[in-house]
Design a binder for this molecule. Structure first.
Ligand SMILES: NC(=O)C1=CN([C@@H]2O[C@H](COP(=O)(O)OP(=O)(O)OC[C@H]3O[C@@H](n4cnc5c(N)ncnc54)[C@H](O)[C@@H]3O)[C@@H](O)[C@H]2O)C=CC1
Ligand SMILES: O=C([O-])CC(=O)C(=O)O
Length: 341
């Protein structure tokens, strides 16, 4: 009796999870480019167990057959296929609804994300050229760093191909939100599952601006000193992991989690689930900068609405002014690269 009750309760809970309950969810293909890497592998696992995914396409320049065979044995509906090398990229992409890009090199201690530009800019440009050809209507979730520049590169590639739709291009900044939530919940003594913190700006150092004045639930136990420390830790979260890994790369597991959260939100938006809001780095008029991360409402066509910044306190207003110069330079660097190469 007890076990029957537990079984039906967990089934009810499972079915009531927002956005997963309908049996009428459409078929959705998700492609991961860079799927055999440190982020790609755990992200492939998480997308395989996402009930909204019916087809999972794993692409890399090496190692995908093994990852695809491994992930394909998991007990969930998504059909998994592995693709390797440039001549299989088209097939990997065709029919994709969401393309997630964690392809490229990660940082080592002492490097900035911008130090990855020279290698990753070319990788992203090549992959986006193929996306424009094979799945121009897909939502693109850009993880490859430096995100502040790789998203403008992608936009320019799509513009040149005549396929650019600003509603469909996203820089994945979810890991900044994930970190801000964890650090805030820990310091304020709140359950992290109930916490939310918007993070705006970009995805590198001072361009990452957590808005703790808008954190929910509000906490009155934190001093200004605490907020300054939480802000700095969120901005340096990537470096904290790079240093702890001591030469073996950057965040992979927490990034895979964050990437899966964001892709899930994109899929729910595509499927018409209302009020799906996540922070993301998108084409924007929220500030004078052409790309900016802020809360975004996701819908059937991708971005439904880029939400404003809300009210900032003086510390956050100063943070916003401080980030604009670096973010502007990173955007311009990406655009210049796309035009010149
Ligand atoms: N947006 C964010 O918050 C974060 C971004 N990142 C970035 O994600 C990227 C990947 O990081 P990791 O997975 O740790 O690196 P990794 O080196 O472990 O994996 C990268 C994978 O990309 C593949 N790759 C290289 N060129 C490719 C191409 N042309 N097409 C397809 N695949 C290709 C490699 O073969 C490798 O399997 C880095 O640029 C890193 O900085 C990392 C953490 C957080
Ligand atoms: O710090 C890095 O190089 C990787 C990254 O973007 C992050 O962990 O936020």
């Amino acid at each position: 009796m007890r076990s029957a009750l537990l079984k039906s309760t967990s089934e009810l809970l499972r079915r009531s999870r927002r956005g997963y309950s309908s049996s009428a969810n459409p078929e959705r293909k998700v492609a991961i480019l860079g799927a055999a890497g440190g982020i790609g592998q755990p992200l492939a696992l998480l997308m395989k167990i996402n009930p909204l995914v019916s087809s999972l396409s794993l692409f890399d320049i090496a190692g995908t057959p093994g990852v695809a065979a491994d992930v394909s044995h998991i007990n969930s509906p998504a059909l998994v296929k592995g693709f390797m090398g440039d001549d299989q990229l088209g097939e990997a992409l065709e029919g994709s609804d969401v393309v997630i890009i964690p392809a490229g090199v990660p940082r080592k201690p002492g490097m900035t994300r911008d130090d990855l530009f020279n290698i990753n800019a070319g990788i992203v440009k090549g992959l986006c050229t193929a996306i424009a050809k094979y799945c121009p209507n897909a939502l693109v979730n850009m993880i490859s760093n430096p995100v502040n520049s790789t998203v403008p590169i992608a936009a320019e590639v799509f513009k040149k191909a005549g396929t650019y739709d600003e509603k469909k291009l996203f820089g994945v900044t979810t890991l900044d939100v994930v970190r801000a939530k964890t650090f805030y919940a820990g310091k304020a003594g709140l359950p992290v599952s109930e916490v939310n913190v918007p993070v705006v700006g970009g995805h590198a150092g001072v361009t990452i601006l957590p808005l703790f004045s808008q954190a929910t639930p509000a906490s009155n136990s934190l001093s200004q000193e605490d907020i300054v420390a939480l802000t700095k830790r969120t901005q340096d979260g990537g470096t904290e992991v790079v240093e702890a890994k001591a030469g073996k790369g950057s965040a992979t597991l927490s990034m895979a989690y964050a990437g899966a959260v964001f892709a899930d939100a994109c899929l729910k938006g595509l499927n018409g689930v209302p009020d799906i809001v996540e922070c993301s780095y998108v084409q924007s008029t929220v500030t004078e900068l052409p790309f900016f991360a802020s809360k975004v409402r996701l819908g059937k066509n991708g971005v439904e609405e880029v939400l404003g910044l809300g009210e900032l306190n003086d510390f956050e207003k100063q943070g916003l002014e401080n980030l604009k110069g670096e973010l502007k330079d990173s955007i311009e660097k990406g655009i210049k690269f796309a035009h010149g190469n």
